[in-house]
Design a protein around this ligand. Sequence first.
Ligand SMILES: Cc1cc2nc3c(=O)[nH]c(=O)nc-3n(C[C@H](O)[C@H](O)[C@H](O)COP(=O)(O)OP(=O)(O)OC[C@H]3O[C@@H](n4cnc5c(N)ncnc54)[C@H](O)[C@@H]3O)c2cc1C
Length: 417
Amino acid sequence: MRFSGLRVLKEGLTGNKGWRPHWRDPAPKPEYDLVIIGGGGHGLSTAYYLARDHGLTNVAVLERGYIGGGNIGRNTTIVRANYFLQGNSEFYSHSLKLWEGLEEDLNYNVMHSQRGILNLFHSDGQRDAAARRGNMMLSQGDDAILLGREELRAKVPFLNFDDQRFPLYGALYHPRGGTARHDAVAWGYARGADSRGVDLIQNCEVTGIDVENGRVTGVQTVRGPIRAKKVAMVAAGRSSQVAAMAGMRLPIESHILQAFVTEGLKPVIDHVITFGMGHFYISQSDKGGLVFGGDLDFYASYAARGNLPTVEHVMEAGMALMPMIGKARVLRSWGGIMDMSPDGSPIIDRTPIDGLYVNCGWNYGGFKAVPASGNVFAHLLATDQYHPAATRFRLDRFRTGRGILDEEGTGSQHNLH
Ligand SMILES: Cc1cc2nc3c(=O)[nH]c(=O)nc-3n(C[C@H](O)[C@H](O)[C@H](O)COP(=O)(O)OP(=O)(O)OC[C@H]3O[C@@H](n4cnc5c(N)ncnc54)[C@H](O)[C@@H]3O)c2cc1C
C-alpha cells in the first residue's frame, strides 16, 4: 500500500475503505536466520536496512510490548549532526543524510522538520568551544554558523538576554538540525520492514538467550523458543538485562530521563533551542505544545517515570532562559529508560559469543541516530564488517581504554553524559 496525495483523495472520496494495517501480526516461526531483540527505533531500522540493503528477510523483530512503546515514542524528537569528536561526527553526519531522504525512502510522513538548532553560549569560553565545534561540523561537511548576540536576538527575541547570572552571548546555529515525529519514525520503519517480509512480533518478551559451545543458537520467549543463526540485542534501556541472559555484563547503566509538553499554543518557538548553562532544550511541536526536557534523574532505575526534584530543576532552567514559559500550562510529563555508556557514545559491535551482536549505549541521543544505527548495524550483521561510518563504537574500548569517545570531556562515568 503506497501513500500519495492521489491516494488520500481517492480514499476520501470512496469512504476510506481501502486503507490496510501498516504491518501484519504474524505468529513466530520456529526458526529465523536472524532475530532482533527489541522493536524500538533501532531494532526496526536494523530490520528495514537488513531487508532493503542486504536482501535478508528471514528475520524477526521480537518486542516485549508494542511497537513505539519504548524510548522511540518518548523522546523530545531532536535530530542533529553537531558532534565534535571523530568517530561520532561522521556517524551522526551519516544519520542526518539518511534523515534527509527518509520520507521518500519509507514512503511515509515522519514530519522531519529542519527548523534549525540554536545551541546558546553565555561566556567567552563557551563561545570558543562553540566555534571549535562549529569548525569540526564544517570540516565534516555539515553546516554551522556562529551567531553573535544581536543576530541571535533577531531570531529569538523572547529569550532572557540580560539574565544577571546567564547573559546570552550568542549561539552556534545548525540550520539542518530540527525535529521529527518520533512514533511516525517507528511506524514508518516497521511498515517498511514488514512489507519486505520481516516478521514483527509484538507482546513477545525474550526471556533467555541460548548459547551452545560459545555460539548463539536462539532465544527463549514468552511465546516459546525460537532458533536463530544470529541474534541482535537492541533493547536500549534494558540492554543490560537482555545481555545478562547470555551471561554478559555490559558497560551500561540505565537511568531515567523525563520530558514535558505544554498545552497547545500559537506558533512561538521556530527553532530547537538548547540552554548553555543548564541542561534544558525546547522546541514547539506541530500541534503547538512546547516540548522540553533536561537532565537525568541521576540514579539508576528501570522505572519509566521520573521524580519531582528533576521536574523543579527543569522548570527553573526554562524560567531562567525564557520567563514567558511560566505562563504555559504543562499538560503531560513522562520518563524513559536511557542506556548510558561511560563515554556517552554508542556501542555497535559483535560480542565474545559467536553470532551474538549488540547495539546500545544511546544515552540522550539515540533518536537522531535511528537511521544510521540501523544502517550500520545491518551492515555489520550481514557482512561481519564494520561500516565506514561506525568503526569506533567497539565494545572493548572500556576494557582496553583505547578509542574512548568522551564527547563531553567529563571522563568515563555514565551519569555525567
Ligand atoms: C525523555 C527522553 C528524551 C529524549 N530526547 C531525545 C532527543 O531529543 N533526541 C535524541 O536523539 N534522542 C533522545 N532520546 C533518546 C532516544 O529516545 C533513545 O536513545 C532511543 O529511542 C533508544 O533506542 P530505541 O528507539 O531502539 O529504544 P526503545 O524504543 O526503548 O526500544 C527498545 C525496545 O526493546 C524492547 N525490549 C526490552 N527488553 C526486551 C525483551 N527482553 N524482549 C523483547 N523486547 C525487549 C523494549 O520494550 C523497547 O520497545 C530521549 C529519550 C528520552 C527518554
